[in-house]
Design a protein around this ligand. Structure first.
Ligand SMILES: C[C@H](OP(=O)(O)OC[C@@H](O)[C@@H](O)[C@@H](O)Cn1c2nc(=O)[nH]c(=O)c-2cc2ccc(O)cc21)C(=O)N[C@@H](CCC(=O)N[C@@H](CCC(=O)O)C(=O)O)C(=O)O
Length: 144
């Protein structure tokens, strides 16, 4: 059952532009960042209840995806982290395909396995983690 609600654009222009181009083109444009694959995550705003669309690196394995709340190694979690903690039902668009997923934050060995998959796609995640005392969260999204 797709998420319902009013879309509220991100206040980050570069990310907003990428998410909107991606979605408006049916997943044909805006699908990369520096030649690496990107997906668009839709979450329900934890305070606004509005739909938030966030471009993130594509980390996929056996039909599940990981999303990394790195925000470039900033000291704070990105807002979409709080959205997903409050409402784990999210949508993820990968190219032309948009599906419903249940998001769960992972730790320990499971996180380590997915972190390796994530840095295979985007090595800079290791640099972001080295830059901050904040433990960068990783969520696994399972289709339902
Ligand atoms: C800029 C900010 O967005 P954010 O949710 O903090 O996310 C910051 C970034 O993670 C986001 O811009 C990402 O798209 C950046 N980004 C990546 N960010 C990452 O963290 N990881 C990535 O792998 C990543 C890849 C990526 C690839 C392409 C691209 O264009 C951008 C990429 C924002 O829009 N803030 C809004 C609020 C957003 C929001 O969800 N608010 C909630 C409340 C949230 C709360 O409770 O605090 C609500 O609506 O209720 C505002 O300030 O008004």
């Amino acid at each position: 059952m797709p998420l319902q609600g009013e879309y509220a654009p991100s206040t980050s222009k570069w990310a907003r532009d990428q998410a909107e181009t991606y979605e408006a083109s049916g997943g044909r444009e805006g699908t990369e960042l520096r030649g690496r694959p990107v997906i668009v995550l839709t979450t329900v705003g934890a305070k606004s209840g509005k739909l938030r669309k966030t471009a993130l690196m594509r980390v996929e394995h056996d039909g599940e995806y990981a999303v990394v709340a790195s925000q470039g190694g900033d000291p704070e979690h990105p807002a979409w982290y709080f959205n997903m903690k409050r409402q784990p039902h999210v949508e993820l668009q990968d190219g032309p395909v948009k599906r419903d997923y249940l998001a769960r934050e992972v730790t320990g060995g499971e996180k380590a396995a997915w972190w390796k998959r994530a840095t295979d796609v985007w090595p800079d995640y290791d640099k972001y983690q080295a830059k901050t005392d904040r433990e960068i969260p990783l969520f696994v999204l399972t289709p339902f």
